[in-house]
Design a protein. Sequence first.
Length: 97
Amino acid sequence: MQFYGALILLMTLSAACGLTCYQCQGKTCTNKLTCPPFFDRCSSTVLDGVIIKSCMATTTCIGPIKCCEGDLCNSAVPTGSSVLLLLASSAIITLFL
């Protein structure tokens, strides 16, 4: 029963810390930003061929600005190794079960 209480507490604390989005201008985007209060969306915009990513408020998500909700949902450079790591860990678990 104490486990569920701790789990609920940790989930509440993580939600209170705010949204995290990528922030950059240009092709490569690896800078992470914790959004200030009242900014509840991540945004991606292309202006004159330059990609701009940042935090936005819901009310400003209009026109060419593409908004999404959720941590790091405005994507960055794909890592590519996640599928390989998943397959490797699955193989290791299969060997030892």
